[in-house]
Design a protein around this ligand. Structure first.
Ligand code: PMP
Ligand code: GLN
Length: 393
């Protein structure tokens, strides 16, 4: 008789993004839940990928990435974060193109985490970190960040570090809160990782979306921090093409060598035509990246201004394409119940925040927090339509 299958991830269910997007479509609600743009990727990119396909660029490319794309990523990174002219990224040995940031996160975690290791994550935490750590036989140590500013308390981080701690995962601009790490956060992180000989995984997929003149603090701008870091980003966010699943990881050569050992067996190489297209886009239209912050700031402002007439309390969004709203003046329901009701009865889908927290703190979380996430990567008329509905509550 076949014995019951023993899951390696027995507590893991379907992601909240899948659940809420499915519910939005079933109930024909305006979907401000899962984070993806409603507008299309630039025309240039669409013709560039078509051109690559018709020119027959349809076979495997080098496992680490198309050399032209590696070069363009290093130019972009150099321009955005590395002010010291003498410091040059080594495109061929420090950058790897991946199948989305998701693959890069999984591969970096597999490269780093050994059985028994602990990895520090900050709640609310993006859902892709913990399953990878658990598959390696490690565990996550969760440190909560709290409303309204969702800042990291570095004294708590210091207390959580012990001889099993292997790495710290940071994510700035932060999904789901829209908060940013500051220069002093980066300095505090650098001090701790050097003192305790730790590694860093830095999820920077929203790097080009920061608002109100605030700057993204990349690990790439801190040479000593970069020495022990995997820095991960995604063209899905930058070029409105989340379905292309094109991301990358920048790490020092020794870490990159380990990363590539796993990447070559996770996927070998990433979709070749998209690599040609994005390399051409970065080369011919560098302005797109520079304009992204203003583009999304305008969207944030459309939604935030329209919600001023509502009973939702809007929390500050300094980056990403998300904003949190507190609904405690409207309902006593917990956030999952409220999001289900909002989607099914009211016609607007949102993401509850509690699934981003450690399961064993949820009871107290629910007592103190009534917050949900709205995605404003949508056309203005969609945002205004959703806001009008939300203002009626
Ligand atoms: N990290 C964060 C914080 C994200 O929000 C996302 C996707 N939305 C990813 C990683 C994954 O990016 P990709 O779609 O390129 O795999
Ligand atoms: N990162 C996207 C979000 O936060 C969702 C990505 C996914 O569905 N896996 O909504």
């Amino acid at each position: 008789m076949k014995s019951p299958f023993q899951s390696k991830l027995p507590d893991l269910g379907t992601s909240i993004f899948t659940e809420m997007s499915l519910m939005a479509s079933e109930y024909q609600a305006i979907n401000l839940s899962q984070g993806f743009p409603e507008f299309d990727t630039p025309e240039f990119l669409k013709s560039a990928i078509n051109q690559a396909i018709s020119e027959g660029k349809n076979q495997y490319c080098p496992s680490s990435g198309l050399p032209d794309l590696l070069h363009e990523i290093s130019e972009l990174t150099q321009r955005c974060y590395i002010k010291d002219e003498a410091r040059r990224l080594d495109a061929l040995n420090q950058i790897t193109v991946t199948s989305g940031a998701t693959e890069a996160l999984m591969v970096a975690i597999q490269a780093l985490v050994r059985p028994g290791d602990e990895v520090i994550v900050f709640d609310p935490a993006y859902d892709a970190y913990e399953p990878g750590v658990e598959l390696c036989g490690g565990t996550c140590r969760h440190i909560a960040m709290n409303a309204p500013d969702y800042a990291i308390d570095w004294s708590l981080v210091e207390l959580a570090i012990n001889d099993k701690t292997r790495a710290i995962v940071i994510n700035s601009p932060h999904n789901p809160t829209g908060s940013l790490l500051s220069q002093s956060d980066m300095e505090a992180l650098q001090k701790l990782v050097i003192a305790h000989d730790l590694y860093v995984i830095s999820d920077e997929v929203y790097e080009h979306m920061t608002f109100d003149g605030l700057r993204h603090e990349s690990v790439l701008a801190y040479p000593e921090l970069f020495e022990r870091a995997f820095v991960i980003s995604s063209f899905g966010k930058t070029f409105h093409c989340t379905g292309w699943k094109l991301g990358y990881c920048i790490a020092p050569a020794d870490l990159t060598a380990e990363f590539r050992k796993i990447h070559q067996y996770a996927t070998f190489c990433t979709f070749t035509p998209a690599q040609f297209a994005v390399a051409a886009m970065l080369k011919n239209h560098p302005q797109h990246v520079d304009d992204l912050a203003a583009f999304y700031q305008q969207k944030r402002d459309v939604l935030v201004n329209a919600l001023k007439a509502s009973r939702f309390k809007v929390l500050p969004s300094k980056g990403t394409y998300f904003v949190l709203v507190d609904y405690s003046a409207i309902s006593d329901q917990n956030d999952v119940e409220f999001c289900h009701w909002l989607t099914q009865e009211i016609g607007v889908a949102a993401i509850p925040l509690s699934p981003f927290y450690q399961a064993d703190v949820l009871e107290s979380y629910h007592q103190n927090n009534k917050v949900l996430r709205l995605c404003f990567a949508k056309n203005d008329d969609t945002l205004l339509k959703a806001a009008k509905i939300l203002c009626s509550l």
